[in-house]
Design a protein around this ligand. Structure first.
Ligand code: ZN
Ligand code: ZN
Length: 356
């Protein structure tokens, strides 16, 4: 699997005229190597892959990183890097422009005798298409979240705080094998549900509230992401109306997911439904995003993205309506683009749930 990824990267390196690539961000380096630790480096040339770490990680790297030669370095890394550059006659070295700080870039530039070329998201683009193994892990990650949702529905009672609900949800999902959360859970009730990213607070959940739960877990290095909005007690007519508009938009976009459709067009399908219902100004964010090793990755699914969906991409579909001083609704599924359509990872129900 990793040698295949390296081969794909080498094709891009050849197109770009790069002699080697330096990866030091945890996400990309581990994606390309299978390493599960941090604070390490990899250098991939056209015919060699070297994994560079220090004594804390040498044994772990030897066990986890199979397609690389593992080397242990002594600080400073800059001097070690320059030795490698000379050993392999590297003239053009690609680096992660979104990882290297300005300070590090300058210190590499000074110490290393080769040209530093930004990779411009090469690895992030490779990460867009998931392989079977990644898909299987992501199904499992979402399965834990679905079980968490089922559990939390039985747990929530009026009078509890958003924080209590968020903590119980996290605890339950971690017991099921999640190693962490994809992001701090959004638990937003009542008027706070109009905050698209309202983190759990001490606010007490009351009868008549919308309650938006947007959460995900990390499982075996991959994230899940889902949102459901429920009602505590009885919804009024306006709540029902908003919910149904969001659901209609969400399902229309979902049914349109297939290879060949642009992210712009997919966003537009949901946005048009919300706009026609008179709530366009209350849907401020994009329809969705790619998910994988991090919760927000390529492709971005919004009105600025011309990217075309391809089989193997995992994206979200999460329209919402947020009315200040009233409340809001978002419904989010995580979806795999298949050869001829889609597979929804999130199995939790989407009809309006009213907790009595
Ligand atoms: Zn989400
Ligand atoms: Zn999301």
């Amino acid at each position: 699997m990793f040698s295949k990824r390296i081969e794909t990267l080498r094709k891009v390196m050849a197109e770009r005229g790069l002699d080697a690539v330096l990866l030091q961000g945890d996400v990309n380096r581990n994606y390309m190597s299978g390493f599960k630790g941090d604070e390490s480096y990899s250098i991939i040339t056209m015919d060699k892959a070297i994994f560079i770490t220090d004594s804390r990680f040498t044994e772990q790297a030897t066990q986890e990183v199979k397609d690389y030669e593992v080397r242990e370095y002594q600080r400073p890394f800059e001097a070690f890097l320059d030795k490698i550059v000379k050993e392999f006659n590297i003239k053009k070295l690609g680096f992660e422009e979104n990882v290297l700080t300005y300070e590090l870039y300058n210190s590499y530039k000074e110490a290393v005798s080769c040209e530093l070329i930004p990779l411009n998201g090469v690895i992030e683009t490779l990460r867009e298409i998931k392989c079977e193994k990644e898909i299987e892990i992501m199904r499992k990650a979402q399965n834990i979240a679905d079980k968490g949702f089922e559990h939390i529905l039985k747990f929530i009672k009026p009078g509890m705080t958003e924080r209590e609900i968020g903590l119980e949800l996290e605890f339950y999902m971690r017991k099921l094998g999640a190693t962490g959360l994809s992001f701090p859970s959004i638990v937003a009730s009542g008027v706070r549900s109009s905050l698209p990213h309202g983190m759990a607070t001490e606010k007490v959940v009351e009868n008549g509230d919308f309650l938006t739960l947007d959460f995900g877990v990390v499982y075996d290095g991959y994230c899940s992401d889902m949102t459901r909005t429920i009602v505590i007690g009885e919804p009024n007519e306006k709540m029902k109306e908003i919910y149904n508009v969001v659901l209609k938009a969400q399902e229309a976009a979902l049914k349109a997911v297939k290879p060949g459709i642009s992210c712009y067009d997919l966003d537009k399908i949901a946005r048009d439904i919300i706009t026609e219902a008179g709530y366009g100004e209350y849907f401020g964010h994009g329809l969705g995003h790619g998910v994988g090793r991090v919760v927000h990755e390529l492709p971005m699914v919004n009105f600025r993205s011309k990217e075309i969906l391809k089989p193997g991409m995992v994206i979200t579909d999460e329209p919402g309506i947020y009315i200040p001083n009233f409340g809001g609704v978002r419904i989010e599924d995580i979806i795999l683009v298949t050869e001829d359509g889609y597979e929804v990872f999130s199995k939790s129900p989407k009809e309006l749930i009213c907790l009595k």
